[in-house]
Design a protein around this ligand. Structure first.
Ligand SMILES: C[S@@+](CC[C@H](N)C(=O)[O-])C[C@H]1O[C@@H](n2cnc3c(N)ncnc32)[C@H](O)[C@@H]1O
Length: 220
C-alpha cells in the first residue's frame, strides 16, 4: 500500500478526534480494548480478527501477539485501519484481507484463535457468521467475541443522534450466542464492563466430533 506521511497523520488525527467524541459521551475505546484484552489474553497461534473497522482493537491486540489476519468487507474501513497500524507501529504484524465474514475464504480449523470486537451488530446474518467462526476455529482453540453492552449501545445511539444520524444495527441477543457455542461443546465465559459484553469460548479438542454433528459446517 502506497501512502504519504501526510495521509497517515491526517488519518490518525481524524480517528483521534472521533475517539475524543466517543469519550465525551462516555465511551473510551482504549479502556474498552484493555478490558476485552484483560479477559481475552493469552491468544496464541494463528489469530483471525473479524471486522477490522478502523483498527482500534487490532492495534491494541498487536501489542500482545506476533501476527493477526484481519478481515473486513469494506476496503475504506480497512485502509483506515492499515494507516492506523502504520502510525502506531505496534510490534505485531498484520495480514489485511477483504472478505465477507459470512463466507470466510479458509478451510475448516484454520485458526487457533478468532476474535471480533464491536462488529457483530453490523452483520446482517450473525448466525451465519457464528457458524463460519466455529468452522474456521481449531478444536482446542479460543474464540473471543465482544460487542457493546446496553450502556455501550446507549452511548453510540446518543452520539449518532447528536450528529443527526442513525446508528445502523442488526439486532441480536449477545447472551444467546453462549447457547450456540455451548451446544457445539465450547465452554463459555461471559463478562460485561467498560461498555462491552465479552464472550470467551474455549474448547477441549475431544469435542471436535460433537462440533461436526451439531452443525458447524466442516466442508466448503
Ligand atoms: C464498528 S466496525 C468494527 C470495529 C473494529 N473492530 C475496531 O475495534 O475498531 C464494524 C466493521 O464490520 C465490518 N463488517 C460488516 N459486515 C461485515 C461482514 N459481513 N464481513 C466482514 N466485515 C463486516 C464493517 O465494514 C465495519 O468495518
Amino acid at each position: 500500500m502506497r501512502v504519504s506521511r501526510q495521509e497517515i497523520v491526517d488519518n490518525h488525527a481524524r480517528c483521534a478526534e472521533r475517539n475524543a467524541v466517543f469519550r465525551r459521551f462516555g465511551y473510551d475505546a482504549d479502556r474498552s480494548a484493555a478490558f476485552i484484552l484483560s479477559h481475552a489474553l493469552p491468544l496464541s497461534g494463528k489469530i483471525l480478527e473479524i471486522g477490522t473497522g478502523k483498527g482500534r482493537f487490532l492495534t491494541a491486540l498487536l501489542a500482545h501477539v506476533p501476527r493477526v489476519t484481519t478481515v473486513d468487507i469494506d476496503p475504506a474501513e480497512q485502509r483506515c485501519a492499515r494507516l492506523n497500524v502504520v502510525f502506531e507501529k505496534p510490534p505485531g504484524r498484520t495480514r489485511f484481507m477483504i472478505a465477507d465474514a459470512a463466507h470466510l475464504p479458509w478451510p475448516d480449523h484454520s485458526f487457533d484463535s478468532v476474535v471480533s470486537v464491536n462488529a457483530l451488530h453490523h452483520m446482517k446474518n450473525v448466525q451465519r457468521v457464528i457458524d463460519e467462526i466455529l468452522r474456521v476455529a481449531k478444536p482446542g482453540g479460543k474464540i473471543v467475541l465482544a460487542d457493546f453492552n446496553s450502556r455501550g449501545f446507549a452511548i453510540m445511539n446518543k452520539v449518532h443522534r447528536h450528529e443527526q444520524r442513525i446508528h445502523e444495527c442488526f439486532t441480536y441477543r449477545f447472551k444467546e450466542l453462549a447457547g450456540r457455542f455451548a451446544v457445539c461443546g465450547w465452554t463459555v465465559i461471559l463478562r460485561s464492563g467498560n461498555c462491552q459484553d465479552v464472550l470467551i469460548a474455549v474448547q477441549n479438542s475431544a469435542h471436535e466430533g460433537e462440533v461436526r454433528r451439531k452443525g458447524s459446517r466442516t466442508t466448503r
